[in-house]
Design a protein around this ligand. Structure first.
Ligand SMILES: Cc1cc2nc3c(=O)[nH]c(=O)nc-3n(C[C@H](O)[C@H](O)[C@H](O)COP(=O)(O)OP(=O)(O)OC[C@H]3O[C@@H](n4cnc5c(N)ncnc54)[C@H](O)[C@@H]3O)c2cc1C
Length: 423
C-alpha cells in the first residue's frame, strides 16, 4: 500500500465514509482505516435516521440506501404501575426512516469505495503521527501512513483524541446505557399487529415505569422483518435509583401486554448493550480543527441524546460532508487557520442550530419529575376520566383529584412552562 495520501480518515462510520465519499468524488486520494472487520461491523444498533441531509449528499439515496421502513407512525406512552396512556401520531408523509446502522454504514462505505477511496478494514489506528505540532498521519502497529490532512471519525469512544490530549475522559455522569433486543417477526405480522401499511414504520417511545422510573426511556422501532425493543437509562441515575438489574427492566417491558402480544412468536436475532454520551454539545472539543487535522461525527460531540431517543447519524454524515468541503476550500493549505473554515460551516449548518436549541434539554432531563411523577399523573388523569362508576368527572375535577398530593399547582405550572419554552 502507498505510504502517502491526500487525506486519511480514521473510522468508516457515517461520518468517515461520507467525508471519504465526498472527497474521492472531488478527486482527492483518500485512505479510510477501519478497525472493524467490515464498515459498520462494530455498530450493533440501529434506529431512526432523518433523511434530508443524506438525500442532499447521496444522489438517489432513497432508491439505493438500505432503508428498512419510512416512519409514518409515532407513539409516546406514559407508563405507570396501574396502566398506561398512549398518544399516537400518524401521517401520510415521512421525513425519517428506520435502518440497521451496520448496513447503512456499509452502504456509505461502498459509495466511498466506488468513488475511488481506498478502504482498509481490520486495522486499528493506534495513534496519530505528530511532527512540529502538526498531525501528519497515522500509526497502526508497525505501519505509518502520512497525509496532508487526517480526519478523526473514530466515533464516541474517541480514545485517539484522549491519547492526543485533545479531550478528557468521559465521566459517569455524562454517559447513558442503552440495551436493545431485536426480534424477527416477518413483515406481515409487524404490519398487521401495529396497523402499518407496506414499508411503513413506527417509532414508539415510552417513559415512566418502563425504566423503573429511572430517568431515561424505552423505545421500539420497526424494520422490514424485525422489531427492536430497548431501554436507555442515565448511568449515574441508574446507580442512584435502580431497584434491580437494568436488564430486568427490559425483560419486564417485553413481558408486559402490548409488547408480549406484539412480539409473540418472534425470534431473538440480536442483543446489544452500548454506552453513549448523554448530550453531545457538552462533549464538543474546544476546537474541531488543528494543523492537518479535522474532527467529525460523534468524536466531535455532534450527538443529541434525549433519553428515549438518540440522533447522530445525519449529523455525523453531514459533518463529514462539510469537512470534505472545507478541505477542498483550503486549496492545499492545511494549516489550522485555513481548516478553521470547517467549524464556521458547521456553525452555520442545521447541526449546530439543532444542538444549541437542545442545550436546555439536559437541564430539563435533570428534573426527575418528567420521568416519575408526570407519566404517573398522565395515566392517573386518563384513568379518572375513562373509568368511573356512575357519574363522570369534568376534566377540571379529574385534574384536581389527580394532582392532589402528587405535585403542587405551582410546581406543575413551573415545570409545564419549562417544557413550553422548548429546548
Ligand atoms: C444505543 C444507540 C442508539 C442510537 N440510535 C440512533 C438512532 O436511532 N438514530 C441516529 O441518528 N443515531 C443514533 N445513534 C447515534 C449514532 O449511532 C451515531 O451518532 C453515529 O453512528 C455517529 O457516526 P460516526 O461515524 O461519528 O461514528 P461511528 O458510527 O461510531 O463510527 C466510528 C467508526 O470508527 C471506527 N474506529 C474507532 N476507533 C478506531 C481506530 N482507532 N482505528 C480504526 N477505526 C476506528 C469504529 O469501528 C467505527 O466503525 C445511536 C447511538 C447509540 C449508542
Amino acid at each position: 500500500m502507498k505510504s502517502r495520501f491526500d487525506v486519511i480518515v480514521v473510522g468508516a462510520g457515517p461520518a468517515g465514509s461520507t467525508a471519504a465519499y465526498t472527497l474521492a468524488k472531488k478527486g482527492f486520494d483518500v485512505l479510510v482505516v477501519e478497525r472493524g472487520r467490515s464498515p459498520g461491523s462494530k455498530t450493533l444498533y440501529g434506529g431512526r435516521v432523518y433523511a434530508k441531509p443524506l438525500k442532499e449528499i447521496y444522489p438517489e439515496f432513497e432508491k439505493k440506501a438500505p432503508i428498512e421502513r419510512w416512519v409514518k407512525k409515532e407513539r409516546m406512552t406514559f407508563m405507570a404501575e396501574g396502566g398506561s396512556l398512549t398518544l399516537e401520531y400518524s401521517s401520510k408523509t415521512s421525513t425519517s426512516f428506520t435502518a440497521y446502522l451496520s448496513k447503512l454504514s456499509e452502504w456509505m462505505a461502498s459509495q466511498a469505495e466506488e468513488a475511488g477511496a481506498v478502504i482498509v478494514t481490520d486495522v486499528r489506528v493506534d495513534s496519530f503521527l505528530k511532527e512540529d505540532g502538526r498531525i501528519t498521519g497515522v500509526r497502526a502497529g508497525q505501519d505509518e501512513v502520512r497525509a496532508g490532512v487526517v480526519i478523526d471519525a473514530e466515533g464516541v469512544n474517541r480514545l485517539l483524541l484522549e491519547r492526543l490530549g485533545w479531550v478528557p475522559k468521559l465521566e459517569k455522569s455524562q454517559v447513558a446505557l442503552g440495551l436493545k433486543e431485536t426480534y424477527r417477526l416477518g413483515s406481515e405480522k409487524i404490519e398487521e399487529r401495529l396497523g402499518l401499511g407496506k414499508k411503513e414504520g413506527m417509532a414508539w417511545f415510552m417513559i415512566g415505569s418502563a425504566t423503573g422510573n429511572i430517568p431515561g426511556g424505552a423505545f421500539l422501532y420497526t424494520y422490514q422483518n424485525t422489531v427492536a425493543l430497548g431501554i436507555v437509562v442515565f448511568l449515574h441515575k441508574a446507580v442512584e435509583h435502580a431497584q434491580q438489574h437494568i436488564f430486568e427492566y427490559l425483560e419486564e417491558l417485553r413481558l408486559s401486554p402490548p409488547f408480549s402480544n406484539l412480539l409473540k412468536d418472534g425470534v431473538l436475532v440480536e442483543y446489544g448493550a452500548h454506552l453513549t454520551p448523554e448530550l453531545g454539545l457538552k462533549l464538543k472539543p474546544p476546537r474541531l480543527y488543528g494543523d492537518g487535522f479535522l474532527i467529525v461525527g460523534d468524536a466531535a460531540g455532534l450527538l443529541l441524546n434525549l433519553g428515549y431517543t438518540v440522533r447522530g447519524v445525519d449529523f455525523a454524515a453531514y459533518s463529514g460532508y462539510l469537512a470534505a468541503q472545507a478541505i477542498e476550500k483550503a486549496g492545499g493549505d492545511y494549516s489550522a487557520r485555513s481548516l478553521s473554515i470547517y467549524e464556521d460551516m458547521l456553525e452555520e449548518s442545521f447541526i449546530m442550530r439543532e444542538l444549541r436549541r437542545h442545550v436546555r434539554v439536559s437541564k430539563l432531563m435533570e428534573n426527575e419529575r418528567f420521568f416519575t411523577t408526570y407519566p404517573e399523573l398522565a395515566f392517573a388523569l386518563a384513568h379518572r376520566l375513562f373509568e368511573f362508576e356512575e357519574t363522570s368527572p369534568t376534566f377540571l375535577e379529574a385534574f384536581r383529584e389527580t394532582t392532589k398530593g402528587r405535585v403542587s399547582k405551582l410546581r406543575l405550572l413551573l415545570d409545564m412552562l419549562e417544557v413550553a419554552r422548548g429546548p
